[in-house]
Design a binder for this molecule. Structure first.
Ligand code: PLP
Length: 471
């Protein structure tokens, strides 16, 4: 990695490279066309920009990868591997839907830690569960029985299609397990040649080598060696392409019921049902990645319950622990055939603290009326966002999503909208397809939704007037 000062007056020379202006949550938010000084200067670790690169980039650390310069903006963390372009705010505590910065400023948190803090920050039921568990048992490995883990697994099974659960620590780890389980299903039935999985353009399944290969996006894969074999990616929503991709080597189909990182993109109507039919006809497993859509985000405990289509395998993580790291694979007994002792494992998976947090999350979510509230808030937010679009069509153009997984398609670069909202002390998350995600905690109130829309209105007005001034 190169780190360097950007000298202000070096004559620029165009090498046709691009600068990424930030990856909140790992997603590119916009590109500018910079100019870079001669290669000799690069070796001296100096780089200069022209065009619409603003002063904030001066002195910014940057990396050079192949012929691409990547600038880490607002890096206030010199000892953290600069893989995130962190916004220049630090938070010291949270209260429900609010985050309180180190300087005392209060922010309305419509990121929920990227769909994690479904019950908001410092929810009393979660605090109590973790405090109690912390005095009893933190860790004890999977060499022994886990009564609370068994209870959580039984509850997840009784709320879903699944018979069996495996606990792990993150979304990517859950997806790794899903991929292994799908392959092993066919292996155990005498078909080791069936190991390939069909995935979809715009998907996001994680950052490990297998989940990156399943994700299939060149921008994440570049520079990390040959992608793992075994994935056939087709355009999202294209049934004919799926049919064509099926071969004697195909083991299953993996899809997010709604693409989250890809830009809050739902599959076309009837698509998931058609995938189910295809899987049944061809003996394939249907795997849903519900890491982002699961645990109430779309207005029911699992998004699949709203689609009328039941998968054979499902991944969960994010909101499962309400902020405590835990992931899970849920599967039917048939899908999991062959996953016997030794076929998979994890040191921390099913850790008692994580299990206590997840059982407490379920206690709250399974109370009558919880999902009615999510749906009511969803409707209110969507209506209010639609009226902002009517007033600011030069800034935002479309509302998408279900429950409180809401995306607004921006007309301006989505990174500019996220930054303008941050100035208004409303935190949101960028996504693919120039979308800004509104992911409030599911306990958000009507008043907080109204407050968020006032802030959006102000941010749109500021961006509109910037646009007018620039033209
Ligand atoms: N799958 C989906 C649908 C996701 O949205 C994500 C993360 O954004 C992942 C998998 C990876 O999860 P994690 O970051 O916990 O590894």
């Amino acid at each position: 990695m190169f780190r360097g000062e950007i000298p202000a007056k070096t004559p620029p020379q165009d090498y046709g490279i691009s600068v990424s202006r930030g990856f909140p949550g790992g997603i590119d938010t916009g590109f500018t066309k910079p100019k870079i000084v001669a290669r000799a200067a690069l070796k001296r670790r100096h780089v200069s920009f022209s065009g619409p690169v603003n002063g904030a980039l001066r002195n910014a650390p940057f990396t050079v990868r192949n012929n691409q310069v990547i600038v880490m903006t607002n890096s206030a963390a010199p000892h953290l591997l600069p893989v995130f372009a962190r916004a220049d705010i630090g938070f010291e505590r949270g209260e429900g839907v609010w985050l309180i910065a180190t300087n005392g400023d209060r922010y309305l948190d419509f990121t929920s830690g990227v769909a994690v803090n479904a019950l908001g920050h410092a929810h009393p039921a979660l605090v109590k569960a973790l405090q109690e568990q912390a005095t009893k048992l933190w860790h004890m490995s999977n060499l022994f029985q886990s009564p609370d883990g068994e209870k959580l697994a039984a509850r997840l099974c009784s709320e879903s299609f699944a018979d069996l659960v495996f606990f792990c620590n993150s979304g990517a780890e859950a997806l790794e397990g899903v991929i292994k389980l799908v392959r092993h299903h066919h292996f155990s039935k005498g078909h080791p040649e069936r190991y390939r999985i069909i995935t979809f353009e715009g998907a996001f399944h994680g950052r490990t080598l297998a989940t990156l290969a399943a994700t299939g996006a060149a921008k994440y894969l570049e520079g990390f060696g040959p992608p793992m074999d075994g994935f056939d990616q087709v355009p999202h929503g294209d049934l004919e392409a799926v049919k064509k991709a099926i071969s004697p080597h195909t083991a299953g189909i993996l899809i997010e019921p709604i693409q989250g990182e890809g830009g809050v993109r739902s599959a076309p109507s009837g698509f998931l049902k058609a995938l189910r039919q295809l899987c049944d006809e061809k003996g394939l497993l249907l795997a849903f990645d519900e890491v982002q859509t699961g645990m109430g985000r779309t207005g029911d405990l699992f998004a699949y319950r709203r689609t009328g289509v039941t998968p054979d395998v499902m991944s969960l993580a994010k909101a499962l622990g309400g902020g405590f790291p835990i992931g899970a694979i849920l599967a039917t007994a048939d899908a999991a055939a062959g996953m016997g002792p030794g076929s998979h494992g994890s040191t921390f998976g099913g850790n008692p603290l994580a299990i206590a947090a997840a059982n407490a999350v379920l206690d709250v979510m399974l109370k009558p009326g919880f999902f009615d509230h999510v749906q009511k808030m969803s409707l209110l937010l969507k209506q209010k966002l639609a009226s902002v679009i009517d007033r600011h069509p030069d800034v935002v153009s479309e509302v998408r999503g279900e429950g409180l997984l809401i995306g607004i398609k921006a007309v301006v670069p989505s990174g500019d909208l996220v930054a303008a909202l941050r100035k208004e002390k409303l935190l949101t998350v960028g996504a693919g397809d120039n979308v800004v995600r509104f992911l409030p905690p599911l306990i958000v109130t009507e008043a907080e939704i109204e407050d968020s829309v006032i802030r959006l209105e102000r941010a749109c007005a500021a961006l509109s007037s910037n646009k007018r001034a620039a033209s």
